[in-house]
Each structure stands twice: as structure tokens, then as C-alpha cells.
Design a protein around this ligand. Sequence first.
Ligand code: ADP
Ligand code: MG
Length: 488
Amino acid sequence: MSSLIQGKFSKWETVIGLEIHAQIKSNSKLFSSSSTKFGSSPNSQVSLFDAAMPGMLPVINEFCIKQAVKTGLGLKAKINRYSVFDRKNYFYADLPQGYQISQYKHPIIGEGAVTIDFKDGSSKDIRIVRLHLEQDAGKSLHDQNPSKTYVDLNRSGVALMEIVSEPDLNSSHEASLYITKIRSILMYLDTCDGNMQEGSLRTDVNISVRKPGEELGTRCEIKNLNSIKFIKQAIEYEAMRQIKIIEEGGIIEQNTLLFNPQLGKTKPMRSKEEAHDYRYFPDPDLLPLKLEDDFIEIIKKDIPELPDERKKRYINEYKLSNYDSSVLTIEKSISDYFDKVLGCHQDLKKSAKLVVNWITSELFAILKKNEVEIHNSPITPYNLGQLVKLIISNKISGKIAKDVFEDMYKNSLSPEEIVNSRGLAQVTNVKEIELIIDQILKLNYDKVNDYKAGKTKLLGFFVGQAMQISKGKANPKILNDILIKKLS
Ligand code: ADP
Ligand code: MG
């Protein structure tokens, strides 16, 4: 994958490292038993600890630790037996403690890697530096009152995993594949719900540019992006901004930026000089976290088949391409659907590619049009398999199958019911097809003469006419064979 940008004078390479903040899927918060439910009325899920009342002590939520370890195992990363919670000190209206409990020098998870797949079948490994646990902050609400800002502390203390990558990404496309892959792994593991709109997965983008082979350039950091579309736009805008400055003889200042989606532009939030000194120090209320081997072993047993393993299984078992397999496996729900089709119909193993085509073209399109999730599809995996079998056995043509498919969706019927009640079965009876052909040849004897005089292109016309009369049901191969025989 080439990802060089042509500037005015020369070629530039974009260098990107991402910090992904993933909310841990857990009923209660990292250090308190308050609920984490999204969308509840403001400040209804706040314990005295979350509100930072004096003297309140954090109590670690073991389930959140398990979730982080599970995620580390899923990212093929090092699980650190020893980690430390630190206080990261800063002032903000939605941070009543005046510090965030995070992990600094000793994170719970160390180096790992994630593979991204390209359309041309190639792939690339993106290294992960670390994953650490931290508390989420509350939320300032600026839109409730024209002259006041309100604070909602429901999110205060919710467990986050911050997943930090090496600067191994070189384009907005690679960044989007990487985030999609991380989201996919977390959703397979069931350690994060992956809901970007609700803010369960937020990304800080670090970006610099350089000439290929040179040292890393000075980076800027774009804060808090929660959609892949905005991440791509922000990277593309920011890379061009940096290239322009350097080509005009300027230098890049290390700034923290915000992206404005309305304008499609980044703007400075603070410069390096104003950067925070967080004065990290170990939280005196929390002991270092020590993990026993058995604790990790038990979690290991709970790791499900992950997207890369499923992908390999599809390639080996069904001879699907690397790309088809990654399209299917990137969303667990799609892959589950495909597995169910083949689970119900062992005999479709050899025709798996046809099943994939029906899922990724017709099914995706109709679900998207109706804004329905695949796990709620009115066309069940069993019925989709039945439809594909009707095509393979020549019971119906591919064209009629599309019509049947629409009907299956609308009326939740099985394909056989539709084919039988609407009389759509393909005509393979030679005599029946001959009758139709005789009819159209008689009606078009002038064109028959033209054909015999050398205008063989007219074959398509005859096929079309005969198909029309058979209402699309004549078997195309038989129809063609008889026509050619009769015309010669
Ligand atoms: P900090 O702790 O100050 O945020 P880190 O060294 O931990 O800095 O890096 C944070 C993120 O920035 C990482 O994802 C890293 O890959 C990325 N990064 C570091 N240097 C660069 C660079 N020159 N260009 C792009 N990304 C970078
Ligand atoms: Mg940072």
C-alpha cells in the first residue's frame, strides 16, 4: 500500500500514532459500585466517591481488571503481573477530585500487535505500546442553559482502557482500518460495546509528516474524535496543513488540536509551552496491583475465537479469499450470520463464496436501506441458505432469486413457499422451451432471415423475447442451446 502524499516539491509520508480510549463493558464503575448505564438522567449514578467527597476511598472493581486482562490477551500483548495506579493531577470543572486515577509508569498491559488487512490481500502489523486503566471524567453540558454550564457526573469514574499504538500508521485509510480492527476485537471479547456515537470508543490522533527515510517529524495531537469519518477528515486536513508549512520554510510547533467537523479543519487548543505538568504520583489509597498466574489462566480459557482466527478458518475451510474473510469477520454479527448459514447447510460448504456474495451484496443493501441490524434480519440464515440452494440446483435463476429475496424480506416467508405460490420455478423442460421458441421465431421471421444472412448479434434479441414470454423462468442454458440449434 503506497501512502505517500505528493506535495508541491516532493513526496511526503504521514506518520500516525493513536491513543484509543475504550470504555470497559461493566455494570459498575472502576472504583465504585455506581451504575454505568448510558443515557440515564444527569447525576443519578454518582456515589460519594465519584463526587469526590472528602474521606471516600476507592475500591477496585475486579471485573474491570478481568476485562482489561482479557483485552490484553486478545491484543496478543504482554500481561504485566505488577502495575500501579497513579494520580494524574489537573483541574477541570467535570473532574471533582482534581486528579484522574490512571496508570503511568507501570500499566497493566505491555507490548502487543494488531493486523490490518488491505483490499489487495496484503496486510500490515501495527504495534501496540501499552494498555492502561483509568477513570473517565464527568461531562460539562453547555447546551442546557444560555448562560450556564451544568456538570453531569454519571460518567465520572467509569473504567476506560487507553490503548496506545506505535507510530506505525501511514495514512487516514490505515488509521481507519486499525480503529475498525481494534473495535472488532473488543466486541468479540465483549470488553467494550464499541458504540462510537455514545462515546464508548474515543480517539486521540498523533500526527507528523516527514520525507520517507528521515527522522520522525514534530507531531501534533488531535483530541477526542469519536467517528471514523472525522478521524479520516482530520488526518487528511492536518497532514496537508503540516506539509504546506514545511514546504513554505516554516516549522511545526508541537500543539494539541481540536477538529471542527463543520469546517473540516483543526485548530489549536494549547501549545507545548502550555502543556500540563500532571505531577503523576502513585495513589496512596491503592496498593500496587499484582496478578497471579491462575487469575490470568482462568481468563485465557474465556477468550473466544477472535476475528483473525475466524478469518483463517474461513480461508482454510471454505477457500475464501483473505479479503472476503476479513469483510465477514470484522463485524462479529456478520460473521455469526455467515456461520449460521453454513451451520444449517453443511452441503453449502463448497458454495461458500456464493453465500458470501449474497450476504455482502443483496443482504447488506436491503438491511442498510431499511436500517436493520443483521442479527434482526427478517431473512433468517436458514432461509438464505435455502435460497442459495435453489439457485445452485437450477430450480430458479439468479435473476428470479433477487425477486424472491425481496419477497422473503418483506413477508418473512421461506423461498420455497414463494417459488411455489408464485409459480417461479425455472423451466427446464425442453419441450416447453421449444414451444416458446417456435412461437417467437414465427412472430419474427424477418429477423430470422437476417440472422441466417449473418446478423448473428440478433441471438440476444431472440433470447430476450423468449425469456419475456417465459416470465424469466426459462433455463438460460437450455434456451440458448435450442435457439442456436433451431437457427442454424
Ligand atoms: P505522550 O505520552 O506525551 O502523549 P507518547 O510518546 O506516549 O507521548 O506518544 C503518544 C502517541 O503519539 C503514541 O501513539 C505514539 O505512537 C504517537 N507518536 C509519538 N511520536 C510521534 C510522531 N513523531 N508522529 C506521530 N505520532 C507520534
Ligand atoms: Mg498523549
